[in-house]
Design a protein around this ligand. Structure first.
Ligand SMILES: *Cc1c(COP(=O)(O)O)cnc(C)c1O
Length: 421
């Protein structure tokens, strides 16, 4: 029996309507930028498996680091114990994170990194004796699927059944060159009418919304206003972190540094589920007290799993290497050349790129979006390329190790899909 047939019996897939969706593709192997299926087809992983495997699948350096760690220490409780991989990872992160980040807290995935950040923000004020109950977030943001993360997300297709149970959130549009002043004044009103604890944002690029970009100057003004009002700024860099925007973190494009940051996805180079919520000394200090309950009583069983830490350490070493930094520039240049060419096509409404992220919006009617997704997906898979179009957006976020010819194959697949849209 094929993987497909065996899967159908017992497996419930994420983001899947099992009544209407086609069977999942059985993947048996991955290496570098390539995925291999059970029918001997090969696909270029154009989105690095949701932006995780940025150094390539089954990367030898990462595998070696994890194997070595596995023979030394596999897992230990992280309350009351510590270990070399966790300590070393904290040191490696301090060297690349914005300089005000001083403490790191371990979680299991992007959503729980966001939940921990939200709880930190609420308790920060609770510990100070001032209760603040409101969060601020962007329209069309995505921060994950647990309750806190879902509350601040606003991609409503998935949120419907749960909206009655959400945290209190006020929303603002993302700032653009045109609406800057309006958004700032909306934020002012929200701040004056609510007790705001924190503002959570995906800096510069909203991933799940379709790799939508917003104005760095606009965001800068929003962050400054939050800081003036003692509202904690939470940068959700789960997608943008670790080199994808051309800098280690998107927050580096901004002058105002976040108080709290959420990291996951590429953090562990695609081999383990782990996330980190980092924060400033000031945030951390608000939890210090002789009263035990003022500590942060939040834990995940696999906190700082040594194998995940080992993968993360090896990942950061690769990220900061000349080879990977060079590759980021190479991909940026290739994207730029492709942008200049593809924008000429009448079916292409706009293109954008930042670092290794490339996106184009198709010039099509809204009614076409739904069906088009599946048509495009099949077109790309037939061309040996794995991409996940979102609405009218086609985007590429390739592993840093993708070769020039693999990149060209992706570009060609995109060009050849235009006649069918
Ligand atoms: C993917 C993502 C999350 C959620 O991460 P999970 O590991 O899927 O829970 C949160 N924030 C952003 C910006 C993301 O891209």
């Amino acid at each position: 029996m094929s993987l497909q047939q065996r899967d159908r019996k017992h497996i419930w897939h994420p983001l899947t309507q099992h009544k209407t969706s086609s069977d999942p593709i059985g993947i048996v192997k991955a290496k570098g930028a390539l995925l291999f299926d059970e029918n001997k087809n090969t696909y270029i992983d154009g989105i690095a498996s949701w932006y995780t495997a940025m150094y390539g699948h089954c990367n030898d350096t990462i595998i070696e680091a994890v194997c070595k760690q596995m023979q030394q220490l596999d897992q230990v409780v992280f309350t009351g114990f510590t270990h070399e991989p966790a300590v070393q990872l904290s040191e490696k992160l301090m060297a690349i994170l914005p300089s005000n980040q001083q403490k790191i807290f371990f979680n299991d995935n992007g959503s729980t990194a966001v939940d921990a950040a939200i709880k930190m923000a609420f308790q920060y004020y609770f510990n100070k004796g001032t209760k603040r109950n409101t969060l601020i977030a962007f329209d069309d943001g995505f921060h994950g699927d647990t309750f806190g993360a879902m509350s601040v997300s606003s991609l409503s297709v998935y949120n419907g059944p749960f909206e009655d149970f959400f945290l209190k959130v006020e929303r603002i549009p993302v700032p653009t060159a045109e609406n800057n002043v309006e958004v700032l004044s909306k934020l002012k009103t929200i701040i004056s009418e609510n007790d705001c604890a924190a503002f959570i944002y995906e800096p510069l690029v909203q991933g799940a919304a379709g790799m939508k970009f917003h104005s760095a100057e606009g965001l800068e003004q929003l962050l400054k206003l939050c800081k003036q009002n003692d509202i904690l700024c939470i940068a959700d860099e789960v997608m943008t972190g670790f080199g994808k925007t051309g800098k280690n973190f998107a927050s580096e494009y901004l002058e105002t540094k976040p108080d709290i940051m959420c990291l996951s996805k590429a953090l562990t180079a695609g081999v383990a589920a782990m996330s980190i919520t980092s924060c400033t000394q000031t945030v951390f200090d608000a939890f210090l007290d002789n009263e035990i309950a003022k500590g942060f009583f939040h834990a995940h069983t696999y906190s700082a799993n040594p194998l995940a830490c080992a993968a993360a350490i090896a990942g950061i070493d690769l990220l900061t290497s000349e080879a990977i930094q060079g590759s980021i520039h190479r991909i940026e240049n290739a994207h730029r050349a492709f942008s200049e060419k593809i924008i000429q096509h009448p079916k292409v409404a706009s293109v954008r790129q930042l670092g290794v992220i490339f996106a184009l919006d198709l010039n099509i009617e809204m009614e076409r979006y739904g069906n088009l997704r599946n048509e495009l997906f099949s077109h790309f898979m037939t061309a040996g390329v794995f991409l996940r179009p979102l609405g009218n957006t086609i985007y590429i976020l390739p592993p840093f190790v993708i070769s020039d010819s693999e990149l060209q194959t992706i570009y060609t697949a995109i060009e050849s899909c235009l006649p069918i849209v």
